[in-house]
Every structure is written in structure tokens, then in C-alpha cells.
Write a protein that binds this ligand. Structure first.
Ligand code: MN
Length: 232
């Protein structure tokens, strides 16, 4: 049985939350205080610039947003599709339905239409799959965490991520989308990861790239069977 997409569901992608990019915390607070109304929440991945259960530093740095999400998860149905910056999350968010990369796409439906949701870094190649397995390996991460004396490794990663420019216009995006939809048989394909906020109709299929909350300062709401991007 697939999950029913509810009217007034909200999709938040690629917030890359860190000291510089605060939008994710802002949107979670707006949901909490009712300024943004929604009935279901889909976190499309990379909402934290880095977060993994095994690495203490980033759990500490992100503790406010983690707590906010856990509070929200008591009153909202939340799905968290893990990204390439945030993974091994199920122990951090006990009430959130966490979908690991290998279990994506997540299949949904509404009024007879089938939807597939992925962060967007699946269906790449075996090299990338192998890389994903290594960086998500729990023993490997626990080992790194042990070596992370005075958080010197984490702080290096944090600085590198903070200084990275992640907002680019991909000129080949439509071409890429044409290839990506071939991996799916569903009617509507929803992905984050690419930070493009563009939608395409390809044959009978619809492809939606959820905006990056950090780059486009927007999120997507599903209302009256339409997907609309809204500025934060
Ligand atoms: Mn990504």
C-alpha cells in the first residue's frame, strides 16, 4: 500500500542548514507557530549541511533544529528522505519516517496518480553507490568521530561546506531530467538535490525539482492537486 499524498502537504529541500544558511530553522519555526499551515511534511534531503548520527559535533551544532523537528514530529506526519549531506538519521528523529537512499524513491499517490520521491542522487552509477556505502558506514563514521579530537575534522568540514557556493544554474538540466525520468515508471517524479526549482512535462510524465530553500528561498506546497513554489 503506498502512502497517500495529502492536500496541503509541504516539500522542503536542500536547505543546507549551517551558521550562514538559517532558512531551515526559520521555516520550522513558522510551521510550529502556525504561520505556515500544512498537513504533511516531506523533507527532501540535504536540509542540514551535514548531519549523521555517528558524528557528535554536527549533532551538537544542529541541536536546536533537531529539537524543533522532533517537536514538530509529535503533531505532524513527517517524511525525511536522506540526502548526500544528511544520513543515518533514524535514531536522531525517532518519530519521523526516515527513508534511506537505498529505499528511495518513496512511492505516493493521490486521486489515482502515482508519485515517486527521491532526494535525487540515486540512479547515478556503481562508483557513486560504492562511495555512498562507505561514507554512510556506521563503523567508519564512529571511527572518524573517535579521531575527531577537539572536533578538528568536523570543524574543517564545516568551514569547507560554509564556503562552498552551492547555487548554480545548470544549463544541461533539462537534458539531465530527460535521462532521469527513464528510471521511473510513475506519473509524477519529485526530486531535490539539483537546486534548480524547475518543472518539466516529459511525455506523459511530470518532473518537479523542488527549490532549494537555501538557494531559491522557496519551498513547495501541494494544494488543490497543484504544486506551487512559495517564497519563505
Ligand atoms: Mn544533495
Amino acid at each position: 500500500m503506498s502512502i497517500i499524498l495529502k492536500d496541503e502537504a509541504i516539500f522542503i529541500a536542500d536547505s543546507h542548514y549551517n551558521k550562514k544558511n538559517q532558512e531551515f530553522k526559520i521555516i520550522l519555526e513558522k510551521i510550529k507557530n502556525g504561520e505556515i499551515f500544512c498537513k504533511q511534511i516531506f523533507l527532501m534531503g540535504d536540509n542540514f549541511d551535514f548531519l549523521a548520527y555517528e558524528i557528535n559535533y554536527f549533532k551538537k551544532m544542529n541541536s536546536e533544529s533537531i529539537e524543533l523537528l522532533n517537536t514538530l514530529s509529535n503533531s505532524f506526519e513527517i517524511f525525511y528522505l536522506e540526502g548526500n549531506h544528511d544520513y543515518n538519521l533514524s535514531k536522531i528523529f525517532p518519530n519521523i519516517k526516515v527513508i534511506k537512499r537505498e529505499n528511495q524513491p518513496l512511492l505516493l499517490e493521490y486521486s489515482g496518480k502515482k508519485l515517486a520521491l527521491s532526494h535525487g542522487d540515486n540512479f547515478i552509477n556503481w562508483h557513486y553507490n560504492l562511495y555512498c556505502k562507505i561514507i554512510r558506514n556506521s563503523y567508519f563514521l564512529y571511527f572518524l568521530n573517535l579521531l575527531d579530537i577537539n572536533f578538528f575534522i568536523s570543524k574543517k568540514i564545516e568551514k569547507a561546506l560554509e564556503n562552498k557556493n552551492i547555487c548554480h544554474n545548470l544549463t544541461y538540466f533539462e537534458e539531465l531530467v530527460n535521462k532521469r525520468v527513464k528510471n521511473y515508471s510513475e506519473d509524477i517524479i519529485i526530486e531535490g538535490h539539483y537546486h534548480q526549482a524547475k518543472s518539466y512535462k516529459i511525455g506523459e510524465k511530470e518532473y518537479i525539482n523542488i527549490p532549494s530553500l537555501c538557494c531559491q528561498k522557496s519551498y513547495t506546497i501541494f494544494k488543490d492537486e497543484k504544486f506551487t513554489n512559495i517564497f519563505l
